[in-house]
Design a protein around this ligand. Structure first.
Ligand code: AMP
Ligand code: MG
Length: 446
């Protein structure tokens, strides 16, 4: 398996590196479409390897706990104390000496009340034949070894200061000191993703601030003479920019700090100016202008800007003309303009770049195994990433590949929650066959 790459795929072939021109070199390729021999097309695995190999891990920083969710932990977190720090009641009820109830239910004299927050050191020992009314989370008094829940008690007949308790076993409804966590135990490790539960662990350990990986700044630029902003009505022949907002949403939900560079026309000078701005970010996401058309200027402009082209064509469907480059510590992912292509390229490649930058130890896509709901067929030659709806069917993760009119069909992406991955060599797959799939975590609740 290639580091950070997809598992269970054939090993990648060699790639011919493309040398960058000197910074400020004349825009020699700008007016001529560059011919791409078929051999330039590299596998998804090789492309991921090249891309992640070129992607720097951002410097770490210390953030307040309230800003830690969604980041990658950069330090080891150890318990600073036992949890619970004292023998603790797990139910509202009565703390008792279980031996007092060995013969079955009996009346016990209620000697005190112990609310949560009581200092255990202030509690006198519980005498034989007595009970203490206790709240969930409160410390047991010395001598008490179990809780009789309120539901298993009733008022004692006659004595108003007593309670009738059902029998209990030693330890019932009590958490001994250190039952959850022992002081000094490692709870979280560098590289752990900080979700809500990790935030709680950090808080429980008294961490008001925590060291985390960097948050990638990501600029998004849509290119195309035909594009208008989503708020506009397109003139005949034009269409609304849907990739820009989509890539911004994807990047933000993947943890990036986003900057919207809007739309650049297919004009070398204006494209260059917009891309120059975008190269101030850690990751520049571009849509459009990477195909073979006479007005696809993105690749040539990247060269003109002194970027090193990592690759320009990947054996992936959709998304073949995906171009990746780096300049200094910035990475460029230039996606084909077709919306489903941009979507897939983000899911497979740009997300991995963001994860690497943020310090994830395993930034590449991590497919899960599931089975196909219906037969699938694809043309050999490129790995297919098919929009799918995944759900548990009879206890098995099952993916239904969604109907799609092609790589412009963003509505199919909106309906899906997963991508079924069929490797490049695949022809037909039968219904029920096991396949890899990427669960798209920002849409899996659909
Ligand atoms: P291109 O990769 O520039 O050749 O564009 C391929 C197709 O995607 C064309 O039909 C474009 O009109 C369309 N397209 C390009 N950019 C966008 C965008 N930002 N939003 C929606 N569609 C786009
Ligand atoms: Mg275009």
């Amino acid at each position: 398996m290639s580091p950070g790459g997809l598992t269970r795929h054939p090993s990648p072939g060699p790639v011919r590196p493309v040398a960058p021109p000197a910074r400020g070199a004349p825009p020699r390729a700008i007016l001529a479409a560059v011919a791409h021999p078929v051999s330039d097309m590299i596998s998804v695995e090789r492309a991921l390897e090249l891309l992640l190999g070129a992607t720097p891990v951002l410097p770490q920083e210390t953030v307040p706990l309230g800003a830690a969710a969604g980041r990658v932990l950069a330090e080891e977190i150890r318990a600073d104390a036992d949890v619970p720090a004292f023998d603790k009641a797990l139910m509202d009820g009565f703390a008792v000496r279980s031996a007092d109830l060995a013969g079955g239910a009996r009346d016990l004299v209620v000697v005190r009340e112990i609310p949560a927050g009581t200092d255990p050191a202030t509690l006198p020992a519980l005498a034989t034949g007595t009970a203490a009314r206790i709240m969930t989370g409160a410390p047991l008094p010395p001598g008490a070894d179990a809780i009789v829940p309120v539901e298993e008690t009733e008022a004692a007949s006659g004595d108003r200061g007593a309670v009738r308790c059902a029998a209990v076993r030693p330890g019932d409804h009590r958490a001994p000191r250190g039952a959850d966590v022992r002081a000094g135990a490692t709870l979280l490790a560098p590289g752990d993703f900080i979700g809500a539960a990790e935030v709680a662990v950090l808080a429980a350990c008294g961490r008001a601030a925590v060291r985390v990986g960097g948050r990638p700044r990501t600029a998004v630029l849509a290119t195309g003479d035909e594009l208008v902003a989503p708020g506009e009505t397109p003139a005949p022949g034009r269409l609304r920019n849907s990739n820009g907002p989509m890539l911004l949403a994807l990047a933000e939900r993947a943890g990036a700090v986003i900057a919207d560079l809007g739309i650049a026309p297919d004009d070398p000078a204006r494209l260059r100016a917009a891309m120059e701005r975008g190269l101030e970010a850690d990751l520049l996401l571009i849509s459009g202008g990477v195909s073979m058309g006479a007005r696809d200027f993105v690749g040539a402009t990247l060269r003109d800007l002194g970027a090193e082209i990592l690759f320009e064509r990947v054996a992936i469907r959709p998304g073949k003309p995906f171009t990746a480059a780096r300049r200094d510590r910035s990475i460029v992912c230039a996606c084909p303009g077709n919306p489903a292509s941009s979507y897939v390229i983000f899911q497979v490649f740009a997300r991995a770049v963001l994860r690497r930058m943020a310090g994830h130890p395993h930034p590449g896509p991590s497919p899960v195994r599931g089975c196909l709901a219906a037969p699938a067929r694809q043309k050999p030659g490129r790995a297919g990433y098919w929009q799918a709806h995944a759900a548990l069917v009879d206890g098995r993760l099952t993916a239904e590949i969604l109907p799609s009119s092609g790589s412009a069909d963003i509505v199919a992406c909106a309906r899906g929650n997963a991508l079924v991955v069929l490797p490049a060599g695949t022809g037909t797959r039968a219904a029920g066959e096991a396949v890899d799939m990427l669960l798209l975590d920002d849409s899996f609740d659909r």
